[in-house]
Design a protein around this ligand. Structure first.
Ligand code: NAP
Length: 289
């Protein structure tokens, strides 16, 4: 096995970007995807792509998981045919999943003789391509040491503690993505409907303690109602908001606001925004006239 080689399992939006970044940084990258892929950028980066899991991980001691959710992680990591693949390998799981789900996977992988590091990421495809991700780690320091060259190539790691604690931190962040985007959508909607100058409103907002940079990041897309070419699709934000509720309810946290946010996101999915950027929340909250 080559110590500078890594397999990326799941070549969706983020998996493709991460695979390319690692290849550019000198790693030998092999990729696995459930469905066939035809991506010239991966070919250009000399990343082999296969639908054969065993072939993808054959030469690599380290495996980066970038699958959509727990069900996908379970079906890849815990299938009968994959049981012998993880022995002595380090699984770095960057999917956004719940703390309990991550603990379940960690226990199962360790039971199969593998190592498991939780590494959900903050940032999207532009940050993955430029090495600007924030990586929220949960796991053993020894596994972090092994993963350090890879983590450093992708961005800035922060160690939150045990497996489950990185996942909890990631859900706490994504709850803010949803809530801040919904809150800004409502305010921007009122400004537009009352024919108030958006520019004057934004200038005042930027000078106040209420401002968050994400507002400006999404402002043009909202005012133009341009939600295509997603970096982070609305359907995944819905998944994460539901995961937040699952994790927060048993902790005695009042999640009624999250219920409403999930309703609005579900409506966005039903109205065709599932694969659009999550700022399509604006289109559900402030209907086009
Ligand atoms: P995506 O574009 O939807 O890609 C999902 C990947 O998971 C695809 O490779 C898909 O394979 C695979 N997959 C789904 N179900 C599967 C199953 N049952 N078995 C095997 N493979 C399966 O998602 P993404 O945006 O790359 O996000 C991946 C993860 O990162 C998610 O947990 C997301 O919440 C998180 N994340 C995303 C962003 C972002 O900005 N996009 C940022 C931070 C974190 P197919 O091609 O065969 O469907």
């Amino acid at each position: 096995m080559h110590t500078d080689s890594i397999a990326v399992l799941g070549l969706g939006l983020m998996g493709r970007a991460i695979a390319r970044r690692l290849a550019e940084q000198g790693f030998r990258v092999s990729g696995y995807n459930r469905s066939p892929l035809d991506d010239p950028d991966l070919v250009k980066a000399e990343i082999s792509v296969t639908q054969d899991l065993a072939a993808a991980v054959q030469e690599t001691p380290i495996i980066w998981i970038m699958l959509s959710d727990f069900a996908a992680c379970e079906s890849i990591l815990l299938s009968e045919s994959a049981a012998s693949l993880w022995q002595n390998r380090l699984i770095i799981n960057a999917a956004t999943i719940a703390p309990d789900e991550s603990r379940t996977l960690a226990a199962a992988v360790r039971n199969l003789g593998g190592r498991y590091l939780e590494a959900p990421v903050l940032g999207s495809t532009p940050q993955a391509i430029s090495g600007g991700l924030q990586i929220l780690l949960g796991g053993d320091p020894a596994d972090i040491d092994t993963a350090t060259p890879i983590l450093s190539a992708l961005g800035t790691p922060a160690h939150f503690g045990f497996v489950g604690q990185g996942a909890a931190a990631k859900l706490a962040m994504n709850q803010l993505i949803g809530s801040l985007t919904a809150a800004f959508s409502m305010s921007l909607g009122l400004i537009q409907r009352e024919s108030v100058s958006v520019e004057t409103f934004m200038t005042t907002l930027r000078q106040s303690a209420l401002y968050a940079p994400t507002f400006d990041k999404k402002l043009d897309r909202m005012t133009d109602r341009n939600f295509t070419e997603a970096n982070f699709p609305l359907k995944h934000l819905l998944k994460d908001i539901r995961l937040f509720k699952t994790a927060a309810d048993p902790q005695g946290i009042d999640t009624r606001l999250i219920d409403s946010l999930a309703d609005v996101l579900e409506q966005g999915v039903r109205s065709g925004h599932a694969d659009d950027d999550y700022c399509a929340l604006f289109d559900t909250i402030v209907r086009a006239e």
